[in-house]
Write a protein that binds this ligand. Structure first.
Ligand code: FES
Length: 162
Protein backbone atom coordinates (compact mmCIF):
# COMPACT_ATOMS: atom_id res chain seq x y z
CA UNK A 1 0.00 0.00 0.00
CA UNK A 2 1.31 3.39 -0.89
CA UNK A 3 2.38 5.56 2.01
CA UNK A 4 0.83 9.00 1.64
CA UNK A 5 3.02 11.99 2.18
CA UNK A 6 1.78 13.58 5.38
CA UNK A 7 4.35 15.55 7.35
CA UNK A 8 7.32 17.35 5.83
CA UNK A 9 8.69 18.06 9.32
CA UNK A 10 9.68 14.44 9.69
CA UNK A 11 11.53 14.30 6.36
CA UNK A 12 15.07 15.14 7.58
CA UNK A 13 14.95 12.70 10.48
CA UNK A 14 13.52 9.97 8.27
CA UNK A 15 16.15 10.52 5.60
CA UNK A 16 18.94 10.57 8.20
CA UNK A 17 17.73 7.30 9.70
CA UNK A 18 17.54 5.66 6.29
CA UNK A 19 21.02 6.82 5.37
CA UNK A 20 22.42 5.52 8.64
CA UNK A 21 20.73 2.16 8.09
CA UNK A 22 22.60 1.85 4.78
CA UNK A 23 26.04 2.85 6.06
CA UNK A 24 28.62 0.53 4.51
CA UNK A 25 26.11 -1.06 2.13
CA UNK A 26 27.66 -1.47 -1.34
CA UNK A 27 25.53 0.02 -4.12
CA UNK A 28 23.30 1.78 -1.62
CA UNK A 29 21.92 4.47 -3.92
CA UNK A 30 18.85 2.61 -5.16
CA UNK A 31 18.01 0.96 -1.82
CA UNK A 32 18.22 4.38 -0.16
CA UNK A 33 15.99 6.01 -2.76
CA UNK A 34 13.44 3.19 -2.50
CA UNK A 35 13.44 3.40 1.29
CA UNK A 36 12.93 7.17 1.26
CA UNK A 37 10.07 6.97 -1.21
CA UNK A 38 8.47 4.09 0.67
CA UNK A 39 8.60 6.15 3.87
CA UNK A 40 7.77 9.63 2.59
CA UNK A 41 5.88 8.92 -0.63
CA UNK A 42 8.45 10.79 -2.73
CA UNK A 43 12.08 11.91 -2.74
CA UNK A 44 12.11 15.44 -1.27
CA UNK A 45 14.49 17.87 -2.97
CA UNK A 46 16.16 18.49 0.38
CA UNK A 47 17.14 14.82 0.53
CA UNK A 48 19.32 15.03 -2.58
CA UNK A 49 22.30 16.84 -0.99
CA UNK A 50 22.09 14.60 2.08
CA UNK A 51 22.22 11.49 -0.09
CA UNK A 52 25.04 12.93 -2.21
CA UNK A 53 27.14 13.79 0.84
CA UNK A 54 26.48 10.40 2.42
CA UNK A 55 27.48 8.47 -0.71
CA UNK A 56 30.26 10.88 -1.63
CA UNK A 57 28.81 11.49 -5.09
CA UNK A 58 27.60 14.66 -6.78
CA UNK A 59 24.09 16.01 -6.39
CA UNK A 60 23.77 15.74 -10.16
CA UNK A 61 24.43 12.02 -9.95
CA UNK A 62 21.70 11.53 -7.35
CA UNK A 63 19.32 13.69 -9.36
CA UNK A 64 20.20 11.72 -12.49
CA UNK A 65 19.25 8.44 -10.86
CA UNK A 66 15.99 9.87 -9.50
CA UNK A 67 14.96 11.20 -12.88
CA UNK A 68 16.11 8.12 -14.82
CA UNK A 69 13.62 5.81 -13.11
CA UNK A 70 9.92 6.55 -13.60
CA UNK A 71 9.30 4.88 -10.27
CA UNK A 72 10.74 7.75 -8.26
CA UNK A 73 8.58 10.78 -7.52
CA UNK A 74 9.98 14.22 -6.83
CA UNK A 75 6.63 15.54 -5.66
CA UNK A 76 4.12 14.02 -3.26
CA UNK A 77 1.53 11.84 -4.95
CA UNK A 78 -2.19 12.24 -4.53
CA UNK A 79 -4.09 9.98 -2.17
CA UNK A 80 -4.70 7.54 -5.02
CA UNK A 81 -2.11 6.49 -7.58
CA UNK A 82 -3.11 4.96 -10.92
CA UNK A 83 -0.23 3.21 -12.66
CA UNK A 84 -0.91 2.22 -16.26
CA UNK A 85 1.31 -0.28 -18.06
CA UNK A 86 2.95 1.26 -21.12
CA UNK A 87 5.02 -1.76 -22.13
CA UNK A 88 4.65 -3.62 -25.44
CA UNK A 89 2.35 -6.51 -24.52
CA UNK A 90 -0.18 -4.19 -22.96
CA UNK A 91 0.12 -1.79 -25.88
CA UNK A 92 -0.73 -4.67 -28.21
CA UNK A 93 -3.84 -5.31 -26.13
CA UNK A 94 -5.17 -1.74 -26.22
CA UNK A 95 -3.22 0.14 -23.56
CA UNK A 96 -2.75 3.20 -25.76
CA UNK A 97 -6.48 3.69 -26.16
CA UNK A 98 -6.97 3.09 -22.46
CA UNK A 99 -4.23 5.62 -21.69
CA UNK A 100 -6.04 8.22 -23.78
CA UNK A 101 -9.26 7.59 -21.88
CA UNK A 102 -7.51 7.69 -18.51
CA UNK A 103 -5.72 10.95 -19.31
CA UNK A 104 -8.94 12.53 -20.52
CA UNK A 105 -10.92 11.25 -17.54
CA UNK A 106 -8.39 12.48 -14.99
CA UNK A 107 -7.60 15.67 -16.91
CA UNK A 108 -3.86 15.16 -16.53
CA UNK A 109 -0.99 13.47 -18.29
CA UNK A 110 1.42 10.87 -16.95
CA UNK A 111 3.38 12.14 -13.92
CA UNK A 112 0.52 14.53 -13.26
CA UNK A 113 -2.28 14.75 -10.74
CA UNK A 114 -5.96 15.32 -11.45
CA UNK A 115 -7.16 18.87 -10.97
CA UNK A 116 -9.06 17.92 -7.82
CA UNK A 117 -5.86 16.52 -6.36
CA UNK A 118 -7.31 13.05 -5.79
CA UNK A 119 -5.43 10.91 -8.30
CA UNK A 120 -1.86 10.81 -9.59
CA UNK A 121 -1.26 9.08 -12.92
CA UNK A 122 2.03 7.28 -13.47
CA UNK A 123 3.38 5.04 -16.23
CA UNK A 124 4.77 1.63 -15.40
CA UNK A 125 6.69 -0.68 -17.69
CA UNK A 126 5.25 -4.10 -17.01
CA UNK A 127 3.20 -5.25 -14.07
CA UNK A 128 3.98 -8.91 -14.71
CA UNK A 129 0.60 -9.92 -16.15
CA UNK A 130 1.39 -9.39 -19.82
CA UNK A 131 -1.05 -11.99 -21.22
CA UNK A 132 -4.09 -10.34 -19.67
CA UNK A 133 -3.56 -6.68 -20.47
CA UNK A 134 -4.17 -3.91 -20.61
CA UNK A 135 -3.10 -3.77 -17.00
CA UNK A 136 -3.26 -1.06 -14.40
CA UNK A 137 -2.64 -0.81 -10.69
CA UNK A 138 -4.60 1.43 -8.40
CA UNK A 139 -2.90 2.05 -5.06
CA UNK A 140 -0.64 -0.92 -5.80
CA UNK A 141 -3.53 -3.35 -6.43
CA UNK A 142 -3.30 -4.80 -9.96
CA UNK A 143 -6.23 -5.08 -12.37
CA UNK A 144 -6.17 -7.00 -15.67
CA UNK A 145 -8.13 -6.68 -18.92
CA UNK A 146 -9.06 -3.12 -18.09
CA UNK A 147 -11.53 -1.57 -20.51
CA UNK A 148 -12.45 2.09 -20.40
CA UNK A 149 -15.73 1.20 -18.67
CA UNK A 150 -13.93 -0.96 -16.14
CA UNK A 151 -11.46 1.82 -15.44
CA UNK A 152 -14.33 4.22 -14.75
CA UNK A 153 -15.87 1.70 -12.35
CA UNK A 154 -12.56 1.07 -10.57
CA UNK A 155 -11.94 4.78 -10.25
CA UNK A 156 -15.38 5.33 -8.79
CA UNK A 157 -14.89 2.45 -6.37
CA UNK A 158 -11.69 3.97 -4.98
CA UNK A 159 -13.33 7.35 -4.56
CA UNK A 160 -11.42 9.05 -7.33
CA UNK A 161 -14.31 9.33 -9.81
CA UNK A 162 -14.51 12.40 -11.97
S1 FES B 1 3.47 -5.54 -20.64
FE1 FES B 1 1.90 -4.82 -19.36
S2 FES B 1 1.95 -6.19 -17.70
FE2 FES B 1 3.65 -6.79 -18.90
Amino acid sequence: MQTPYTDSARDPATVAAILEAHRGTPGAMLPILHAIQDSLGHIPADAVPLIADFLNVSRAEVHGVITYYDHFRQQPAARHVVRLCRAEACQARGADALAGHVRQTLGCDFHGTSADGKVTLEPVYCLGHCAVGPNIAIDDKPYARVSTARFDALLAACGGER
